[in-house]
Design a protein around this ligand. Structure first.
Ligand code: HXC
Length: 257
């Protein structure tokens, strides 16, 4: 692939996408956005991939959107190019995604992590929405997803003061599912991704869809949505395999359909 700002590796049914712009601490310019979206959409269409990990370097997951690229832009530039809107496509992937975050996850970097389904943090991870210090506000969903993840109290403080939070605080606040030693981050991410990728692909997609629904609708509608999907899983070969394997006291071998 002709990608210049990312690396893509496959291990079994798991793919790992590594942001690779070390000189700018993985700042998310338009090229990074285009490449991440293209690569993940291609992996999403691939039936041999069951989980996608997005990671950065030990120093920075991503230090935000590219400030140097944004600095000269006018309102019309931003509006007409619909700046950052392509990132929404990452949230629309059906394949489960894991963000493996070490170091800085600031601004757009924090927003990118929050666009992923499972968020694992190294003990070196630092999260924040420091846009206010640059005279701007979050633009890739940060004000919305951070608020839903950690609640108004912390989201307001982070967005209004630009202060960052460390991995421990992020876990306590419910932003990340787990904190692991930095040296184990990728191994842990691959273990989690491997577990997800071994499940029935359509059923994992439905589980993801159902959880995401909780952020879009009322409890009654969400439960109704879940019930419809729950009934639908009985149309899969993998439901028969999963339950048969349990009864036969063996490991399930899903055909992913
Ligand atoms: C462009 C960036 C960058 C960014 C770092 N760099 N962050 N370039 N955009 N977001 C570049 C620096 O300019 C520098 O390049 C190189 O990366 C190394 O960064 P340093 O600052 O020298 O590293 P360090 O001293 O270790 O500090 C790390 C840091 C700091 C604390 C993460 O870089 C930082 O505060 N970065 C900005 C964080 C931020 O404000 N993010 C939010 C962006 S706005 P040179 O070539 O100069 O040496 C955002 C908005 C989304 O995401 C929506 C709003 C419209």
């Amino acid at each position: 692939h002709p990608y210049e700002t990312i690396l893509v590796e496959r291990t079994g049914r798991t793919a790992t996408l590594t942001l690779n712009r070390p000189k700018a601490l993985n700042a998310l310019n338009l090229q990074v956005m285009t490449e991440v979206v293209a690569a993940t959409e291609e992996l999403d269409r691939d039936p041999d991939i069951g989980c996608i990990i997005i990671t950065g370097s030990a120093k920075a997951f991503a230090a935000g959107a590219d400030i140097k690229e944004m600095r000269p832009q006018s309102y019309m530039d931003m509006y007409l190019s619909d700046w950052f809107t392509a990132w929404d496509r990452l949230g629309a992937l059906r394949t489960p995604t894991v963000a493996a975050v070490a170091g800085h996850a600031l601004g757009g970097g924090c927003e990118l992590a929050m666009l992923c389904d499972i968020l694992l943090a190294a003990d070196t991870a630092v999260f924040g929405q420091p846009e206010i210090k640059l005279g701007v506000i979050p633009g890739i969903g940060g004000s919305q997803r951070l608020t839903r993840a950690v609640g108004k109290a912390k989201a307001m403080e982070l967005c209004l003061t630009g202060r960052t939070m460390d991995a421990t605080e992020a876990e306590r606040a419910g932003l990340v599912s787990r904190v692991v030693p930095a040296t184990d981050l990728l191994t842990e991410a691959r273990t989690v991704a491997g577990q997800v990728a071994a499940m029935s692909a359509p059923v994992a997609m439905m589980a993801k869809e159902a959880v995401n629904r909780a952020f879009e609708t009322t409890l009654a509608e969400g439960v109704r949505f879940e019930r419809r999907l729950f009934h639908a899983v009985f149309a899969t070969a993998d439901q028969k395999e999963g339950m048969t394997a349990f009864v036969e006291k063996r490991a399930a071998e899903f055909t992913h359909r």
